[in-house]
Design a protein around this ligand. Structure first.
Ligand SMILES: [Zn+2]
Length: 395
C-alpha cells in the first residue's frame, strides 16, 4: 500500500510549481520589457548648421568599435584658426541634465573662431540602465513647442551587461591606488585609462587620445552633484587651469549665480580634473550643478523630483545647515537652472582662457544661464520633423 501511495504522488501534476513558474515568467516579461526599452531608446536632437564633422570615440581606440561604450563626438569647426574646446557630458549618466545641456548647446552653437568638440553621452553604456535597486524612472521629459522631448536617466557607471563582474578591490592604473570595487565601471575613476584594459578603462583611454591627438586646449567635464556633498555648484580645476577657473567662479558669482572653485587633489587618482591635466597638455576643468535627485535622504524618486528638484526632506536638512548650497522648496533645483549653470559655466572658463592665453582664443556663442532663466529648456530645441534630416541625430 505504501509503495502505491508514493507512485500516486509521483504521477500527480505539480500544479503549484507550474503556477509559480508562470507567475515568475510574467514578472520577468514585464520587467525585461522595461530594461529592453531603456537599453534601446534613442535620444533625438537637431544640430545647429555649424556642424562640420561627426567622429566616434572608436576613431581614437579601434577596439571600442561595436561596443556600447562607442559614442559620437560632434565637431564644430569655425574654419578660423584658434583654440580647441571639449565639452563632455553624461560621464555619470544618472546626472543627465548634463546631456540635456549638451543638446541645447549643439542645437544653438555658433563658433566664429577655433573649434568645439561635444560628447553628449560620455558613458553611453551607463545611460542604458538605471541604478540597480534605486527604483527611479527610466526617462524624463522636456516640454517643447512640438511635443515632449524624452531623455534617459541612467546609472553612475558602465552597464553591468557590458562589463562584469566587479573585483573585490579596484586597483587604479597606473597609480595602483586602491579604490571602491564598483569604481572599476566609473569612467571618472579610470582615467588615464589603458589601451588593453576593461571596457571602461579603454573608453577613458580613448578620451585621453582624443584630447592628445586633437590638441584640445580646454577640456570641460560636466557633472551634477547631490547638494549634501561639499563639491556642488563648483569648478574643480587642475593646477594649470586653476587661475582660469577661479577667475570664472568670481565673475559668475558677481554677475549670475554662486560658483565655487576647488583645486584638484593630487592624491585622488582617476578623475578627469587630475588625469586629463597630468597626461595631456589640456586645461582640465570639471563642473558640478546641484541635483537633489541623487541625494541620499530624499523621498520618492519621481520624474518630478528629477526635473524640479523639490524635496521636503532635503528642505529640512537645509534648515539644519546640512546642505552645501542654499535650498528651499519654493525654488528646488529645476532643469533650466542646472543646464543654465553649465552652459554659462563653460562659456566663462573659455572667456577666461581667452584672456590668459590669447593664442588659444575661441569665440563661441550658445544659450546662457540668463537665456534659460527667461525661456526654460524646451524653447531651444528644433522640431526634428521639420529639420534637414542630415542634421537630425539619434543617440
Ligand atoms: Zn558625476
Amino acid at each position: 500500500m505504501k509503495k502505491d501511495n508514493s507512485m500516486e504522488e509521483k504521477k500527480s501534476f505539480p500544479y503549484f510549481k507550474v503556477i509559480c513558474l508562470v507567475i515568475a515568467l510574467i514578472f520577468a516579461f514585464f520587467g525585461g520589457r522595461e530594461f529592453y526599452e531603456l537599453r534601446h531608446f534613442k535620444e533625438t536632437f537637431v544640430s545647429a548648421p555649424g556642424l562640420t564633422e561627426v567622429k566616434m570615440l572608436s576613431d581614437y581606440l579601434a577596439s571600442l568599435k561595436g561596443t556600447w561604450m562607442d559614442t559620437p563626438i560632434f565637431v564644430y569647426d569655425s574654419g578660423v584658426p584658434g583654440g580647441k574646446v571639449l565639452y563632455m557630458a553624461n560621464v555619470h549618466p544618472y546626472e543627465p541634465a548634463t546631456s540635456l545641456s549638451a543638446y541645447i548647446l549643439m542645437e544653438n552653437i555658433k563658433v566664429t573662431k577655433g573649434k568645439v568638440f561635444v560628447i553628449p553621452q560620455g558613458n553611453r553604456s551607463g545611460s542604458t540602465t538605471g541604478m540597480l535597486g534605486n527604483a527611479y524612472p527610466k526617462f524624463f521629459h522636456v516640454p517643447t513647442s512640438f511635443g515632449e522631448k524624452t531623455l534617459r536617466i541612467g546609472d553612475r557607471g558602465t552597464n553591468p551587461l557590458d562589463q562584469w563582474p566587479d573585483p573585490f578591490t579596484f586597483v587604479h592604473y597606473p597609480s595602483r591606488q586602491n579604490l571602491s570595487y564598483q569604481d572599476i565601471r566609473n569612467m571618472n575613476r579610470t582615467y588615464p585609462g589603458r589601451e588593453n584594459g576593461t571596457l571602461t578603462e579603454r573608453a577613458s583611454y580613448a578620451i585621453m587620445e582624443l584630447i592628445r591627438k586633437e590638441n584640445i586646449d580646454i577640456s570641460i567635464d560636466v557633472h551634477e552633484a547631490s547638494i549634501m556633498y561639499p563639491v556642488v555648484a563648483t569648478y574643480v580645476a587642475h593646477e594649470r587651469s586653476f587661475d582660469i577657473a577661479m577667475m570664472a567662479a568670481m565673475t559668475l558669482t558677481a554677475t549670475s549665480f554662486d560658483m565655487k572653485c576647488e583645486s584638484s587633489p593630487k592624491g585622488l587618482r582617476g578623475l578627469s580634473h587630475r588625469e586629463w591635466g597630468d597626461f595631456s597638455d589640456t586645461l582640465a576643468v570639471l563642473m558640478e550643478t546641484p541635483e537633489p535627485f541623487i541625494d541620499r535622504v530624499v523621498g520618492p524618486m519621481t520624474e518630478e523630483l528629477f526635473t524640479e528638484g523639490k524635496d521636503e526632506f532635503l528642505a529640512t536638512a537645509a534648515k539644519h545647515g546640512l546642505t552645501y548650497v542654499p535650498y528651499s522648496l519654493d525654488f528646488g533645483s529645476p532643469l533650466w537652472y542646472r543646464c543654465g549653470r553649465h552652459l554659462s559655466g563653460a562659456l566663462e572658463v573659455i572667456n577666461q582662457m581667452n584672456q590668459f592665453y590669447p593664442e588659444k582664443e575661441v569665440i563661441v556663442e550658445w544659450p546662457t544661464y540668463e537665456d534659460l532663466k527667461e525661456h526654460d529648456c524646451g524653447y531651444f530645441f528644433h522640431d526634428p520633423d521639420n529639420a534637414d534630416p542630415s542634421f537630425v541625430f539619434k543617440i
